[in-house]
Design a binder for this molecule. Structure first.
Ligand code: AP5
Ligand code: MG
Length: 190
C-alpha cells in the first residue's frame, strides 16, 4: 500500500495537490476537513458540534476525527492506498493512525510537508473566502487562529514522523504544477 500523509498549515495546498495525486496514483483521499463539512451539510449532531469549533478556527476533539478515519479505512478494504489530508493533526491522532493501520497489516509510507509562509497562507485563504462560503476563511482573525492551532498542536506531528525517518518537506510556493512535480519526485522513491 502507498499511504501518504500530506502535511502543512491551513492553505498550504493539501486539498489542491491531493486531487491530482489521487488520480495519478489511484489512491483514496481522506480529508477530515471535508468529512466534517459533509457532516455539517447533512445537519448531523456531530456536524453541529464540530461547526462551532471549526468556525472559531479550533481543532475538533481527537476522538471525533479518529473514529471518522477508522470508519473510512474499514469501508475501503480494497484500496491501493490513502492520502491523509488534514489528519493527523495532533500527536495523539498520529499514534492512533499507526495503530489502526498496523491492525490491517499496513503503515504510513511517508509524510510530505508543504512549506508556505504565513503571509502567503493569509492571502490565499482570504482570497478563497470571498467565494468559497467557508466561514473559517472569512476573516483574518479566524485564519490567524487556525495558524496558531497549527503551530501549537499540529507542527509537533512532524517530529513524530521525523523520529521514524518518514518526513520530507518541499517548497509549497510556486505553481500547482511545479509543486505536483516536486511531490511526485518524493513519492517515486517510496
Ligand atoms: P481543513 O479543511 O483541513 O482546513 P485547513 O487545513 O485549515 O485548510 P485548507 O483545507 O483550507 O488548506 P489546504 O492545505 O487544503 O489548502 P487548499 O488546497 O485548500 O480543516 C478545517 C477545520 O476542520 C479545522 O480548522 C478544524 O476545526 C477541523 N479539522 C479538520 N481536520 C481535523 C483534525 N484532524 N483534527 C481536529 N480538527 C480537524 O488551498 C487553499 C487555497 O490556496 C485555495 O484557494 C487554493 O486554490 C489555493 N492554492 C493552492 N495551491 C496554490 C498555489 N500553489 N499557489 C497559489 N494558490 C494556491
Ligand atoms: Mg484542505
Amino acid at each position: 500500500m502507498l499511504n501518504l500523509v500530506l502535511f502543512g498549515p491551513p492553505g498550504a495546498g493539501k486539498g489542491t495537490q491531493s486531487q491530482n495525486l489521487i488520480q495519478k496514483h489511484a489512491l483514496i483521499h481522506l480529508s477530515t476537513g471535508d468529512l466534517l463539512r459533509n457532516e455539517i451539510a447533512k445537519g448531523t449532531e456531530l456536524g453541529l458540534e464540530a461547526k462551532k469549533l471549526m468556525d472559531a478556527g479550533l481543532l475538533v476533539p481527537d476522538e471525533v476525527v479518529i473514529s471518522m478515519i477508522s470508519n473510512k479505512l474499514d469501508a475501503e478494504k480494497d484500496a491501493r492506498g490513502f492520502i491523509f489530508d488534514g489528519f493527523p493533526r495532533t500527536v495523539a491522532q498520529a499514534a492512533a493512525l499507526d495503530t489502526l493501520l498496523e491492525s490491517k497489516g499496513a503503515g504510513i509510507s511517508g509524510m510530505i510537508a508543504l512549506e508556505v509562509k504565513d503571509e502567503e497562507l493569509q492571502t490565499r485563504l482570504l482570497l478563497r473566502g470571498k467565494e468559497s462560503g467557508r466561514p473559517d476563511d472569512a476573516n483574518p482573525e479566524v485564519i490567524g487562529k487556525r495558524i496558531t492551532e497549527y503551530n501549537n498542536k499540529t507542527a509537533p506531528v512532524a517530529s513524530y514522523y521525523k523520529e521514524q525517518n518518514k518526513y520530507k518537506s518541499i517548497n509549497g510556493i510556486g505553481t500547482v504544477e511545479e509543486i505536483f512535480t516536486a511531490l511526485n519526485e518524493v513519492i517515486e522513491k517510496y
